[in-house]
Design a protein around this ligand. Sequence first.
Ligand code: NDP
Length: 453
Amino acid sequence: MSDYVKDLMAEVKAKNPAQPEFHQAVQEVAESLAVVLDRHPEYRSAKILERIIEPERVITFRVPWVDDQGEIHINRGYRIEMNSAIGPYKGGLRFHPSVTLGILKFLAFEQVFKNSLTTLPMGGGKGGSDFDPKGKSDLKIMRFCQAFMSELFRHIGPDTDVPAGDIGVGGREIGYMFGMYKKLRNEFTGVLTGKGLNWGGSLIRPEATGYGAVYFASEMLSTRGKTLEGKTCLVSGSGNVAQYTVEKINQLGGKVVTLSDSNGYIYDEKGINAEKLAFVMELKNVRRARIQDYIDKYKEAVYTPVDPKNDFNPLWNHKADCAFPSATQNEVNGKDAANLVRNGVYCVSEGANMPTNLDGVKVFLDGKILYGPGKAANAGGVATSGLEMSQNSMRLPWTREEVDNRLRMIMKSIHANCVEKAERFGTPGNYVNGANIGGFLKVADAMMDQGVV
Ligand code: NDP
């Protein structure tokens, strides 16, 4: 680690105590950028990186709400407005009991680079709450979403800050929040993305993150003359990103053998085909049940509970060609990464945000496998949110084919940008450096143009 990065990290840790995920995200980026800052002292003297790691604005607020039994609950709401140099703040809302300021700051920080890579004019932000939607009735979810929006509405807007979904926030929650925003503002605008199709949503937005991660994997594979046809793939999670990752892998001729949730994972050696995926979608999106129920219907599959306290996750210990971590941050550690490489995995495309910890990233880079970090590989979701914003502004919806083609072109261009930046700054084939540098340069130049603000 260079002296510059060491000093920067010491300051980040002192100023932002007890935010390990934020420290991790900053360290990875700072290490990639050391060479850029050496070649461009103007960024260093303008303190561009020091400014990027400090959010432009952090909003925290009380979310009191009354459940269907009349009991009062109090959650904490957040919106991190990280960087608006290249466009309005843009990034999802996460509802999960593990949400803290540090988690949302790491996500907002990653979002700045990811949004820059998409080629679209979007700044970076992230928000959410420690509210746990799991097992709650529709009425409780609606009441919480309305209470959350009754404060958030004064901080967001179609040209200011445009939230979307993330863990625990899907079409249902976006609908309840959009309804409340519209009532409070008396305006129908594209203030949220991930909306329903008949009220301003975009075709392909639900599919976009998963499809994009698979398109990115295809691009990486093509650099070695390979395709997904006939490849065995490990996928974690069973939510929005995981489901559409499976769908696209199947369409491209691959075979997915795993899916998971926070309790455990299923291994289906025959592959999770379209019919089985439809069952998973019904299980998770309609019945809101556990992935364990998969084996009640498909007896050939095996369910294994996973204890997060163990030092490795058995999901990552199967023979395969490709892996798509699509659940949550730090779900792949150094040991998991070593197991993946030992089992023959040579392509990892991250659907989730920062699912691999720093030890794991090192294993992938040392092993010289094709490793697409989340901020590049999962950028298809926010890119299609950007396309939803364009359609809202034009008040003109595009066809499925049009959005999918644009998504594919954006993933292709993100891949090309990562390859080019990695090569230009001396680490060919390193997508981590490529993504961090590619995302940084556009934001840094905009900040230089706009002065010290
Ligand atoms: P969902 O809420 O739809 O699904 C999340 C999945 O991950 C569920 O299967 C959930 O299991 C599992 N999960 C959540 N927390 C944990 C945990 N602590 N340990 C193990 N499993 C866990 O979310 P998404 O699919 O939308 O998001 C998944 C990842 O993709 C996140 O990292 C998110 O930030 C990232 N992402 C999402 C985008 C999007 O467009 N939705 C865009 C870009 C990135 P359970 O049901 O048990 O909670």
